[in-house]
Design a protein around this ligand. Sequence first.
Ligand SMILES: Cc1cc2nc3c(=O)[nH]c(=O)nc-3n(C[C@H](O)[C@H](O)[C@H](O)COP(=O)(O)O)c2cc1C
Length: 316
Amino acid sequence: MHIGNIKITGKLLLAPMCDVTNLPFRLFCKEQGAALVYTEMINCDAYLMENSKTKKRSKFIEKEKPLGIQIFGSSIENLKKAAVKIEKELKPDLIDINIGCPAYNVMKTGSGASLLNNSEKIKELIFNVSESLKIPLTCKIRILSDEKKTISIAKIIQKSGAKALTIHGRTAKQGYSGNANWEIVRQIKKVLNIPVILNGDIIDEYSASKAFETGCDALMIGRAAIGNPFIFKQINYFLDTGNNLEKMTFEQRLNDFSYYLKLCKKYGFVNIKAIKMQAQFFTKGFRGARIIRSEISKCKTMDEISKTLEKFSKNN
Ligand SMILES: Cc1cc2nc3c(=O)[nH]c(=O)nc-3n(C[C@H](O)[C@H](O)[C@H](O)COP(=O)(O)O)c2cc1C
């Protein structure tokens, strides 16, 4: 698949996720086979004001490429300025605009999914931002309850200059309830020429191969990758060979979490609270995980977390 002039080798993409897809996590997913990774969404106004937390969120390294920086905002002027500044300063492969975040504090400012109610604004926004960039601009949307309107917005997005469209098949109101509507992705794929990326409820080999039946060009994986970068290897292996890889053991998962910790230390992402949260995800669903989860939750430093992991890896 090509997004503008960017060649994407592979069909599984890592979704942008706040407080999850930081540099170490993206790098890990990339190493496991994610073909394109995205930063968590970056507030364009905060980026323009040189906010240090926002700057850190948008930091990436060459090894992660191809990489997209996702931005959100409500002012077309500021989205444009931020996109141009990001292109010049950070040089990502592409910039993605978030037209799907359903969070109350995002929607109330007129950003994220609230833009879906204003197709004229979407048109102006995509046209202005894509015109000012040399790199491709892409969009990520949620759907509307009205299918015709959703298809019409997808067409507007393409016509206004976006070079790919990701669709999470749920409405903003749905949050994460119900199943993602893949049928609408099939319909949108039929009428667009740019790559169409399906997002929502890809959890394993089976759901991935089912999702490709819509004709979409690629799949974007979100929640199922949290604490489990291995999912990219697992699904890619199945898509390439038709066979399933062995399920991960608890010990392998603990090794993965140790590796994630190593990357966090190496790249300066040592927020204990965030790492303890990731520990909960990396250890989820395994028999006997309760004890290690509880021990990690009591740790106060990275070293304590590493030592706890070592102790449990030896005992497993
Ligand atoms: C913790 C979390 C943070 C998220 N942050 C973002 C974000 O910054 N930008 C965005 O477009 N979507 C965000 N999403 C939505 C995901 O990118 C994705 O659209 C959604 O989770 C559906 O895909 P899934 O079923 O594979 O999880 C977030 C989702 C989660 C669970």
